[in-house]
Write a protein that binds this ligand. Structure first.
Ligand code: ATP
Ligand code: MG
Length: 652
């Protein structure tokens, strides 16, 4: 959809802003002068950041080579080993006894892994992979749940200069096969199974099925023993991880690789279409993930206990479970299971147990907790929390305020971080201790990042008007392309506004210049000539006391062009009554205006979500327009769509 989005309505803003607490600000990592330094000399700023956060075996001699856009080279001439930066150097600095990972299994088993232990595990795993023929430049597929071994496996690949391709452990054999095939992986690392909702699951059968479809590139399968479920075994191909590691040499001499050596390929969540294999390289990626972890979460190694709830199967798990936190030498929590096992207070019990100071999660999780009710967090002492983060989708002002009040005791800063698989690291976010926070807005480009909101012609739109979010200057962690598809890379991101990166998201700046994300450009609706944003109507619906979650799409309509169709989940304890739908429609009219009033509202039990928890609006649009649903390979639970389709087609 093109056309000028400038007639979009005002966002439903939350009430007021939150100035930094003076005591927090006094001790904060971030300083306001970062913005000035970066604005005065952007590349000089990144060079400083690069030397401060990363240990280089060979220093770089050029910060950015942008002579062949859209293919950037950052820190040209620099050499480093990413795994050494995440592990070895902390041990060398005398912090080997610090806990790197507090693992908590779903059944309640625990394991604390120090940096020294992680160091040994990564070296052994690197030796095992090398023994299976993995060399720098190869790809390794990792199909694992949240285990210590998942982190070790990723770091072992990085240590060898081989790129990993992590495939979320809940994906089907088909999805796994297409990813193994696309990346031409040499080895697959998996496990027998895991635990989910109190029950053992299996992963190895999906690997067997994927490889049975034909995967000639794969010569070995490493199998972690997690839950003891029986597995089929292919002699000569399958190797037990623990046996191989035990037999391997404990020391591995790490080599330094070029800053542009591929680090990983990762497929996007597929919210807007078929997933894309996004390529990231080493130096720039590590620099920006390390720098943003430290500044945006205000962390100090040795003091903070950090917990990012993301799975390693998606980009947040790469940048903010593995590379960013470990490059900073942090102590963190990783948790295998679901937030409601054995009960809906599991997360909060973990915050209390480990004294978590920084919690980074997704709006979908926050809205789920809102739906469950405040009694669950109330069971636990959450006073250790200092900073709360959000990523993945718009956080509605309502959810933001709940997060701050109920989880953050009306005290902690909340950082709403906008970024993508493609950007590799956070791009737009407030800085705790510096920025006055505004519920529902991601606010400002981070120091060193240049973002604009433009119209169809690529001109910046005035404050208050909606447009397209673009990134006008290259950044260190930017993707280096779509694996094996240069043309799709150029077409998707660089063709719309030549020289600038088109993010695919709608946005606006408010009167203070703060950025509000408005949803996918594909999702923006045109109702009787008015441009309406899905994000804003969803926020209006969620601000109604009955509503926990909402998804809004535009469906083709004979009279209005498009009509607003909404799907809502009610909060715990709220039943749909005869007046519910009418009340919600009126509420939207009051919050935004009569034009935004949904033509239809359907109360549902679940919304279709990707494995990373994002609402898949394109599927809801298919339903609303009575089409067969599109690519559902990344959907968590396909029965959700069947229920919604049935409800949609049922006579009113
Ligand atoms: P695909 O590209 O395959 O459609 P995807 O875009 O969902 O999938 P990701 O890279 O995981 O895959 O998600 C990035 C997108 O998530 C952003 O483009 C944006 O739409 C949304 N997003 C992430 N963080 C935020 C945020 N803080 N506020 C609003 N939206 C966000
Ligand atoms: Mg995307």
């Amino acid at each position: 959809m093109s056309t000028d989005p400038s007639t979009q309505q005002e966002p439903t803003t939350g009430s007021g802003t939150f100035a930094p607490d003076p005591e927090f600000a006094a001790g904060a990592v971030a300083r306001a002068d970062l913005y000035d330094r970066a604005a005065a000399d952007r590349l000089g700023f990144w060079a400083e950041v690069a030397r401060e956060h990363v240990t280089w075996d060979t220093d770089f001699d050029e910060v950015l080579d942008w002579s062949n856009p859209p293919f950037a080279k950052w820190f040209v001439g620099g050499k480093l080993n990413v795994a050494v930066n995440c592990v070895d150097r902390h041990v060398a600095a005398g912090n080997g006894e610090r806990v790197a990972l507090h693992f908590e299994g779903e059944p309640g088993d625990t394991r604390a892994v120090t940096y020294a232990q992680l160091h040994e595990q990564v070296q052994r795993a690197a030796n095992v992979l090398a023994g299976l023929g993995v060399r720098a430049g190869d790809r390794v597929a990792i199909y694992l749940p949240m285990l210590v071994e998942s982190v070790v496996a990723m770091l072992a690949c990085a240590r060898l200069g081989a790129a990993h391709s992590v495939v979320f452990g809940g994906f089907s054999a088909d999805a796994l096969h297409s990813r193994i095939d696309d990346a031409q992986a040499k080895v697959v690392i998996t496990c027998d199974g895991s635990y989910r909702r109190g029950k053992p699951t299996t992963l190895k059968p999906a690997v067997d099925a994927a490889l049975a479809k034909g995967a000639p590139s794969v010569t070995g399968v490493l199998v972690v023993k997690r839950n003891g479920e029986a597995v089929d075994w292919v002699e000569g191909r399958d190797v037990w991880w623990d046996e191989a590691l035990a037999a391997a040499a404990p020391v591995h001499e790490a080599e330094a690789f070029d800053a542009e050596n591929p680090l990983f390929v990762l497929y996007t969540s597929g919210t807007t279409g078929k997933p894309k294999g996004i390529l990231h390289t080493s130096g720039g990626y590590l620099v920006q993930t390390a720098y943003t972890t430290r500044t945006v979460f205000d962390v100090q190694p040795g003091r903070d206990v950090y917990w990012c709830t993301a799975d390693v199967g998606w980009v947040t798990g790469h940048s903010y479970v593995v590379y960013g936190p470990l490059a900073n030498g942090l102590t963190q929590v990783i948790y295998e299971g679901t937030p409601d096992t054995p009960d809906k207070d599991r997360w909060w019990s973990l915050v209390e147990k480990y004294g978590v100071t920084v919690l980074y999660t997704a709006p979908t999780a926050i809205r789920t907790c809102m739906k469950w009710g405040e009694e669950y967090p109330a069971r636990h002492d959450l006073s250790s929390l200092r900073v709360l983060g959000s990523v993945g989708e718009n956080i509605n002002p309502e959810a933001w305020s709940w997060y701050r009040r109920v989880i953050g005791a009306d005290r902690t800063p909340i950082v709403d971080t906008w970024w993508q698989t493609e950007t590799g690291a956070q791009m737009i976010a407030p800085l705790p201790g510096v920025t006055s926070l505004k519920p529902g807005s991601a606010q400002v480009p981070l120091p060193g990042i240049v973002a604009e909101v433009v119209d169809d012609a690529g001109e910046p739109v005035p404050h208050g008007q909606a447009g397209y979010l673009v990134l006008s200057e290259p950044w260190p962690a930017m993707t280096r392309g779509i694996w094996g598809d240069e043309q799709r890379f150029r077409d998707t991101y660089w063709a719309r506004f030549p020289g600038r990166y088109f993010a695919g998201d709608g946005a606006k700046r408010d009167e203070d210049g703060d950025i509000w994300l408005l949803g996918r450009v594909d999702d923006v609706m045109n109702v009787s000539g008015h441009r309406l944003s899905t994000a804003e109507i969803e926020s209006a619906l969620v601000s109604h006391p009955d509503v926990a979650e909402a998804a809004v799409v535009g469906a083709t309509d004979e009279t209005t062009g498009q009509a607003v169709v909404a799907f809502v989940i009610l909060r715990g304890g709220h039943e749909e009554g005869p007046g519910t739908v009418a009340a919600l429609r009126d509420h939207v009219a009051k919050e935004i205006g009569p034009i935004a009033k949904p033509k239809s509202i359907m109360v549902v039990a679940e919304l279709p979500k990707t494995r990373s928890g994002k609402i898949m609006r394109r599927l809801l649009r298919d339903v609303a327009e009575h089409r067969p649903t599109g690519d559902v390979t990344t959907l968590t639970d396909s029965t959700v769509m069947d229920a919604i389709t049935a409800g949609m087609n049922a006579p009113a």
